[in-house]
Structures are given as structure tokens and as C-alpha cells.
Design a protein around this ligand. Sequence first.
Ligand SMILES: Nc1ncnc2c1ncn2[C@@H]1O[C@H](COP(=O)(O)OP(=O)(O)OP(=O)(O)O)[C@@H](O)[C@H]1O
Length: 369
Amino acid sequence: MTAILEARDVKKHFRIGGGLFGKAALVRAVDGVSLSITSGETFAIVGESGCGKSTLARVLMRLLDPTEGEVVFDGTAVTHASGRTLADLRRNMQFIFQDPFSSLNPRMTVGKLIGEPLEIHAPQLSAKDRHAKVADLLAQVGLRREHAGRYPHEFSGGQRQRIGIARALASGPRLIIGDEPVSALDVSVQAQVINLLSDLGRDLGLTLILIAHDLAVIRHMSDRVAVMYLGKIVEQGTTDALFEAPRHPYTRALLDAIPDPDDRNRAGRPQIDGEMPSPAAPPPGCAFHTRCAHATDRCRKVVPVPDETSDGHMTACHHWRDIVDAPRQPFPLNRSAATKARLDLYRKATEGAKITQIAQPKPDREEMR
Ligand SMILES: Nc1ncnc2c1ncn2[C@@H]1O[C@H](COP(=O)(O)OP(=O)(O)OP(=O)(O)O)[C@@H](O)[C@H]1O
């Protein structure tokens, strides 16, 4: 299996404050991440808000320069690329944003929005061929040829995300990074867009990196998952291994915190007791120790070294081998019996292979416009 994208000990630190009277601080948004993404796989990066997922995605795509470390795409160093090499990388790696509305220029027609990357990356195409290609791309994402003459505000959220996907596909990328690609969408539309991404990934042989705070969203479409906490990857493995036999206390807490479908509409984000510490002042030792029911003195002092088993499942926890068989109850999640029962129901309901269960798909009037 060939790696298409590798990150080697990537760090991205932001310096904040330090004006005339302020004290400067260093925000360790990404703090030593190594990844190897296999060509054609769907790789998910999950974690709570502020753990560094978006920053990592931007560094992988060279939308941000890393403070330290290296990113390599198909043998080419992304970190030092410039000129033609960087242009090629940009063509091969595309981004899908969380909010399709703000990422689409409202003054451009859909045809222009999708045709623009073609003008840049395939300047040899005649206007006629470009129009035909735009029509093909619209069909690929489930929209109609006539939509090319309309403006983004005339579409629903789900349709706008489809336009964003068509635009990303226009340059013929090999890898697409979706930064929370469905979290701004109505729950009833999320599954449709996820299924579209999943189908496109398979049909076009794309490598997909999905950033999500919601484990339920990624379960049905990713091959492997990396769990991030405070700038570091704390667990990484196949989706099945991670969901069936999570090892890190944080992953286990995240899984326990998957809200039931009713809550998802309102709360959106998983709840875990305690606050994630600030990446400007990360705790010593294991960063998760301040919220971990199993923390010992060692955890408070010593940063855990990633421990990888022969199946490629990596865990950065001193004690995972001792606690992996322990019942999950002792985690400090303070859930009422009623909530626990709802979570069980939700888990059972989402055990199928397809993702339609994320939302009970009701006819979505917006989507049918
Ligand atoms: N340009 C910046 N300057 C200073 N701090 C930043 C900057 N960008 C991100 N951060 C900080 O880095 C940390 C990680 O942010 P990031 O957006 O990568 O997290 P995230 O996991 O993607 O969160 P979310 O899901 O809310 O987008 C946060 O504490 C954030 O405030």
C-alpha cells in the first residue's frame, strides 16, 4: 500500500499577544503529528473543537506553513514547494469547506464557480468543452445542467455543498480534504452529502481526509480514524477497531458522548466532562490527564510514547493495556440512566452499513427545490 500523503512530526504554533502591554503566548495548535495516508483510503480526523484539526488540515494542504516538520505528497515535499510544483500540488489536493455559502463567491454563477478551476488548471479547453465539463461535474454531484446559470443563494445548504464538491473535483484532484463538510447542514441532508462523497471517493479512486467532531458521521465512510486531543494524535486505527475496541480513555469518552439523534439537532457537539485545557498552556505529561479517570502520577509527569500494535493500531496512553478491558462506566461522564438508554438505542440504530441512519431522512423541502 502506497502512502499518498505523509506528515512527519508536524507542529504549528501560533504566537498571540505580546503587544505593548500584553504577554506573548504560544498556542500549540498542532504539536507533533505524524500520519501516513494510503492512496484511495478515507481517513478521518476527529476530536473536540479547538483540538487542532482544522489547523492540521491547512498545514497538510500548505494553506499554512508548519512551524516544524514536513509534509510529503506523493514523494513531493509540500512544505518547501513553490512555483509550478506548488501549483501541481494545489491541483491535486482540494479542500471542501464547512460552510459552503461563505466559500462560494455570491456574485459568480454556479457555471463560473465550477468552470474557474478548469480555466486555471486546464487552460487548453475550449469554452464549449469547458461548458460540457461543467455539465458533467454538475451531474456527478447530483445537480442539473440548468443549475449552471444560477447563483449560490438560489440553492439550499446541501445543494451548495454539492456545488463546492463539484468545484473541488473540477481540477481532477487525487486527494480531497473535507473540513467538517456536513456539520453546517441540516441533519436530514447530512447523510445525502456523506453518501455522495463516499460514492465519489470510490468511483473516482480519490483519497479523502475528513475532519469531524462527530464520530457518528465518520463511522460509516472512513477506513481509518485518528483521534486528536490538544494538538496530538492520541489514538489511530481502523474504523472498526476504533469503534469496536477503543483503547484511549479519550476515544472511549468520545464514543460514550455520541448524542442521540434528537440531541444532535440541538447540541451538535459531543459533551465530555471538564474543559479541554488551552493549547496555550497544555498540561505537563499526558495532555488528557486532567480529565482522565485513570490518571496516575506518571500521567501527570511523563508524555506517553505512541504504542503501536502489530495491526497498526496506535495509542498514546501509559495505561491503555491495563484499562482496555475495564468497563466503560467509570468514566466521568455523568450521564443519567435515561440518557444512557437513549445512547444505547442510538448505537443500535446506527449499526447498519449505510449511513442513512444518521438522520431519519424526512423529505427535505429545501433539497427538492
Ligand atoms: N491563526 C491563529 N492564531 C492563533 N490561534 C489560533 C489560530 N488558528 C487556530 N488557533 C488556535 O489553535 C487551536 C486549534 O484550532 P483549530 O481551529 O485548528 O481547532 P479545531 O479542532 O479545528 O476546532 P474547530 O472544530 O472548532 O474548528 C485553537 O485553540 C485555536 O484558537
